[in-house]
Design a protein around this ligand. Structure first.
Ligand SMILES: CC(C)(COP(=O)(O)OP(=O)(O)OC[C@H]1O[C@@H](n2cnc3c(N)ncnc32)[C@H](O)[C@@H]1OP(=O)(O)O)[C@@H](O)C(=O)NCCC(=O)NCCS
Length: 190
């Protein structure tokens, strides 16, 4: 079997049950107490940036992306990433991550972050987030907090506790002083 034997497509609701089964097998009941799970509970994932690998129409691998926020920063949280045991080491995991990163860049997502093994994700474009810069709602080994920056400076803007974007405090944009000024005042000002 090679990668060419699999079809990679964006996730749809029809894949949900199979994805749940793959994640249950890959991560077990321990997944429910993980920091990333707690964040994902805060709202929906982004199907347009989430992908599945299919073999004969069946899901054999999945990656999900969830919109998150920390301070002024916005990002997508990558995961869970899981491949069925019988299909491991064929490059499916790497291809799913690459697809998610390409889709994120196309959608102008500032950065993609995850909790995972640096030896796996490092070669895929992820590096450690500065220790103490960003916190998680549950304990996480800081060496496993990794980021892939898409827009320059995006990772540095992630500060404080990470949460689902739906749970983030509403940002109060500073009004542009010129747009707040009546047109008459602007013309008077020349
Ligand atoms: C991790 C996982 C998604 C990789 O999927 P995959 O399709 O088998 O991965 P790929 O074929 O793209 O890559 C395989 C390579 O990654 C390596 N690898 C796999 N998991 C690794 C890990 N945790 N750390 C370092 N390297 C790892 C393999 O040894 C293999 O190395 P090689 O190419 O030198 O032989 C899959 O093993 C899995 O579902 N694991 C259980 C769930 C999990 O741990 N997910 C990641 C959560 S952060």
């Amino acid at each position: 079997m090679t990668l060419a034997d699999f079809v990679f497509v964006p996730e749809t609701p029809a894949h949900d049950v199979e994805i749940d089964t793959i994640n249950a097998e890959a991560f077990g009941p321990g997944r429910f107490v993980k920091a990333a799970y707690k964040i994902r509970e805060g709202g929906p994932h982004d199907r347009a940036l989430s992908f599945v690998a299919l073999s004969g129409g069946l899901v054999v691998g999945s990656v999900r992306m969830t919109p998150v926020a920390a301070g002024e920063g916005r990002a997508q949280l990558l995961g869970p990433l899981a491949v069925q045991p019988a299909y491991k080491n064929l490059g499916i995991g790497r291809e799913l991550v690459a697809m998610a990163l390409r889709a994120a860049a196309k959608a102008s997502v500032p950065s993609v972050i995850l909790v995972g093994d640096e030896p796996y994700y490092g070669p895929l474009g992820f590096s450690r987030i500065a220790r103490g810069q960003m916190t998680m709602p549950r304990p996480v080994d800081p060496n496993r907090l990794l980021a892939h920056e898409i827009l320059p400076g995006a990772v540095a803007s992630l500060t404080g506790e990470l949460c689902h974007v739906d749970k983030a405090p509403v940002r109060h944009e500073m009004p542009d002083p010129l747009s707040a000024m009546p047109a008459s005042a602007l013309s008077a000002a020349g």
